[in-house]
Design a binder for this molecule. Structure first.
Ligand code: GDP
Ligand code: MG
Length: 310
C-alpha cells in the first residue's frame, strides 16, 4: 500500500430503526460486526466496521436508529447517532422502501429535517428493493430526491437502490463511498474489521439471542455485560457475562422453566461467538437484578453512551 495514494475516511450510516443499517454494515464489511434483529433499537451505541476497497479504507459508524426519544436511554442513543453523523466525512441515509415517508410521525422525515437543520448533504440509499415493486421504488426516490437544503441545492448528492439482505447493489455503493474518501493514510491495520472490543461484541451477541428468544417481553429493560474474559492456553476463551434485569420477576422470565431459556440463549450465543472468532468459547451466563440501571450514568458509560443532561 505504501507506494499507492491511499484514502481513508468515516461514513455514518443513519436511518430509522429497522431500515437495515446493521445488515448493510455487515454486508459492506463482509463479516458480522453489528447485531441484526427484526426488532427496533437493537443497536444501542455506535459500532464501527471497516471495509477496504482497493486503496481506500472506509470506517463505518453504525448508529442507533434516530427516532423520537422518550426515555433517557433513548435520548442518549439519539444524541449519539447525531454525533456520529457530525464526525463523518460522508453521511448515508438508509431508507426502508417498504415504509412510506411522510410528515406525520415518521422517523425518516425527522432525520431529513435534522440533516437540513445541520446543513448536512447526504447520499440516499433506498434499501430492501427485493421486497417492493419497481414503480413504488421510483415514486419513493422521486419524492425524496426533491428534498433541498436552504440554498436550494439538492439534499441528496446521489441515490442508490440496494438490498442489504441479498447484496444487490451493495458493491456499487461500496465503490462510490470509496471514491469519496479523502486522501490520507489508513487509520487501522488492513485486516481489522471492527474497532469495537470483543468483550462488547460478545455481550451484544448474547443480547441479540435474548431478543430473539424473549419475543415481546422486556427486551429493552435488559442489558448484558461481559465481566470476565479469560484466555486459555489451549486457544479457547472463557467468558462470563451477566444479564441485568430491572425487576425480580423478570429474572424468572429470562431464566425460563428450570433454566431452559437462558440455557438455549447461552448455547446460541456460544455457537455464534465461536463462528465469529474462529475459536472455542466457554460461555457462562448469570442473571442479576439491577433495579435502577436505566437511570444510572455509569451504565450508560459502559454502553458507550453519554447520560443525557437535564
Ligand atoms: P437497523 O435497525 O437499521 O440496524 O436494521 P437491521 O439491519 O437490524 O435490519 C432490520 C430488519 O430488516 C432485519 O430483520 C433485516 O433482516 C431486515 N432487512 C435488512 N435489509 C433488508 C433487505 O435488503 N431486504 C429485506 N427484505 N429485509 C432486510
Ligand atoms: Mg442496527
Amino acid at each position: 500500500m505504501s507506494d499507492q495514494l491511499t484514502t481513508c475516511g468515516y461514513v455514518a450510516l443513519i436511518g430509522a430503526p429497522n431500515a437495515g443499517k446493521s445488515t448493510l454494515l455487515n454486508a459492506l464489511v463482509g463479516a458480522k460486526v453489528a447485531i441484526v434483529s427484526p426488532k427496533v433499537q437493537t443497536t444501542r451505541s455506535r459500532l464501527t466496521g471497516i471495509a477496504v476497497e482497493e486503496a481506500a479504507q472506509i470506517v463505518f459508524i453504525d448508529t442507533p436508529g434516530i427516532f423520537q426519544p422518550k426515555r433517557k436511554l433513548e435520548q442518549a442513543m439519539v444524541e449519539d447517532a447525531w454525533t456520529g453523523a457530525d464526525d463523518a466525512d460522508f453521511v448515508a441515509l438508509l431508507v426502508d422502501s417498504r415504509r412510506p415517508v411522510d410528515a406525520n410521525n415518521d422517523d425518516t422525515q425527522r432525520i431529513i429535517d435534522g440533516l437540513k437543520k445541520n446543513k448536512r448533504r447526504a447520499i440516499l440509499v433506498i434499501n430492501k428493493i427485493d421486497a417492493v415493486k419497481r414503480p413504488a421504488l421510483l415514486a419513493l426516490a422521486d419524492k425524496l430526491n426533491s428534498e433541498t437544503l436552504e440554498d436550494g441545492s439538492p439534499l441528496f448528492s446521489d441515490v442508490f437502490m440496494i438490498s442489504a439482505l441479498t447484496g444487490d447493489g451493495v458493491s456499487d455503493l461500496g465503490k462510490a463511498m470509496a471514491a469519496a474518501m479523502p486522501p490520507g493514510p489508513w487509520l487501522f491495520p488492513e485486516d481489522q474489521i471492527a474497532t469495537a472490543p470483543w468483550r462488547y461484541l460478545a455481550a451484544e451477541t448474547t443480547r441479540e439471542k435474548l431478543f430473539i428468544n424473549l419475543h415481546q417481553e422486556l427486551p429493552y429493560q435488559l442489558t448484558v455485560e461481559t465481566e470476565e474474559w479469560e484466555e486459555r492456553k489451549d486457544g479457547s476463551v472463557k467468558i462470563d457475562q451477566v444479564v441485568y434485569v430491572t425487576r425480580d420477576n423478570h429474572k424468572g422470565i429470562v431464566l425460563g422453566k428450570k433454566g431452559a431459556l437462558i440455557k438455549k440463549v447461552g448455547e446460541a450465543s456460544r455457537r455464534d461467538l465461536e463462528d465469529q472468532m474462529g475459536r472455542r468459547v466457554h460461555l457462562f451466563l448469570f442473571v442479576k437484578v439491577r433495579e435502577n440501571w436505566l437511570e444510572d450514568p455509569e451504565r450508560f458509560r459502559e454502553m458507550g453512551l453519554q447520560f443525557p443532561k437535564g
